[in-house]
Design a protein around this ligand. Structure first.
Ligand code: GAL
Length: 429
């Protein structure tokens, strides 16, 4: 049925009849646009599989309970960090075929949709429902542009986390209790794992390499200079960045050779299975360990990327109300559930993240998540590149191209030129 109505919308758009259809009214919602059925609420995410889907399922469970008259329709497109979903979404938005709601990161990524007039302002809804009191101020600022709030946050994730397998460390002659103050210290440990014939550091396809790179920049530059990368006050072509990229190049030498054919769950799984010692990944990885009944401290370790202790590399998912969406009432119902303490408790507990809703009960969250809550409250917060908080989609796309090229030619100078050019272009835009 969804597919039929999408085809219909496309045909109507081609015939220039869309305005007519909106005047005629179809679903009583303020969204206008296409059909989709009054009850159907298509939710577009990239939480298509594994532990991420379990998180989504938990949220959907609360949605169905709270909104028995609406039917959740899963519009997920697989691919970690939205690596494929964002392209599919862009073309759907361009052809006037928006889902009822879509996942977008708080911060610069959201600005892309705002600037293109693709999402509705939600400040009136926030006022009506008292949502401004529910979420941390710093997060609300990242959902806002020119005084208007544009989405509802579902969670807060931390990107700068190392996941480690203590059994592998021991096998390599390393003390699992050891802490690493700097990347240099950590590289010494990676050398030992390498000498023992195991994968020191697992990584996957391009976006996970960007993720690794941002944490290296954060470790080597420190929070202030890292922040300066996004507003032009830190020089991407400078020697500090060169040093960080040299470290990144060293880390990449310790990664698995099949990385291009893997996505994040596979790279994290190498650590879970004892095939790799370390993996740098956001704390959605926590959900992968938890769903496989692994115990923090016994089966796996989690600690800030060396050199980033005291800093929380932040990102948040949020949900939008697309302009001309198919079912505005259904979208509002979804946003209600996303905002609710109950929705956030169920979702975040399963997702590895922490609730954005300050009223959500977290006492039964796992040990890792308790640590993340504490760190979020006390640490310095910086914005993630790979997950839309720090830079626009086009900037991230250009940076990712430079990182991907480095993955095949290992040319540090070329990587720095590519990253500097991406920044120059984005900051001039
Ligand atoms: C991030 C997203 C997370 C998680 C991750 C891996 O961009 O914010 O919720 O899904 O990608 O896919």
């Amino acid at each position: 049925m969804r597919r039929t109505s999408r085809t219909l919308v496309a045909a109507m758009a081609t015939a220039g009849l869309l305005a007519l259809a909106a005047c005629g009214g179809d679903d009583g919602g303020s969204g206008g646009g296409g059909g989709g059925g009054d009850a159907e609420v298509e939710v577009f995410t990239w939480w298509a599989e594994g532990s991420e889907k379990e998180g989504l399922d938990a949220l959907v469970g609360v949605f169905s309970e709270q909104n028995p008259d609406f039917e959740f329709v899963n519009g997920a497109v697989a691919g970690g960090a939205g690596s494929d979903a964002k392209n599919v979404l862009a073309s759907r938005l361009q052809t006037n075929d928006p889902p009822a709601t879509f996942q977008a990161h708080a911060g610069a990524e959201l600005s892309d949709y705002i600037d293109q007039g693709q999402i509705e302002g939600l400040s009136a809804m926030y006022d009506e429902k008292g949502w401004s009191e529910l979420f941390p101020e710093g997060l609300l600022e990242r959902l806002e542009q020119d005084g208007e709030i544009y989405s509802v946050p579902s969670n807060i994730h931390r990107a700068n986390v190392v996941w480690a397998n203590p059994a592998v460390l021991e096998e390599a002659g390393l003390d699992p209790e050891a802490t690493y103050d700097s990347l240099d210290d950590w590289i010494t440990a990676l050398e030992k794992v390498d000498a023992a014939g195991m994968i020191p550091l697992s990584v996957a396809t391009d976006w996970t390499q960007v993720h690794l790179l941002e944490t290296v920049l954060l470790a080597d530059l420190g929070a202030e200079a890292y922040n300066g990368l996004w507003d032009g006050s830190t020089d991407w072509a400078g020697s500090e960045v060169t040093d960080a990229l040299e470290n990144y190049a060293t880390l990449m030498e310790f990664t698995n050779s099949d990385r291009q054919s893997l996505d994040w769950p596979d790279a994290t799984q190498l650590v879970i299975d004892g095939d790799a010692a370390f993996n740098v990944m956001g704390d959605w990885a926590e959900a992968a360990f938890a769903t496989q009944d692994k115990e923090l401290g016994t089966d796996y370790l989690a600690f800030p990327v060396p050199g980033t202790d005291g800093v929380f590399d932040f990102l948040a998912d949020s949900f939008t109300m697309p302009v001309n969406g198919p079912n505005a009432e259904g979208t509002e119902a979804w946003l209600d559930t996303v905002a609710s303490a109950e929705g956030q408790e169920a979702f975040n507990k399963a997702k590895g993240s922490i609730p954005a809703n300050l009223e959500a009960e977290t006492s039964d969250f796992g040990e890792y998540q308790q640590q993340a809550i504490e760190s979020w409250e006390n640490d310095e917060i910086v914005s993630s590149l790979a997950h839309g908080a720090a830079a626009s989609v086009s900037w991230l796309t250009d940076a990712t191209a430079a990182v991907a090229k480095f993955g095949s030619d290992s040319d540090v100078a070329g990587l720095q030129e590519g990253l500097a050019a991406a920044a120059e272009k984005a900051l001039a835009a």
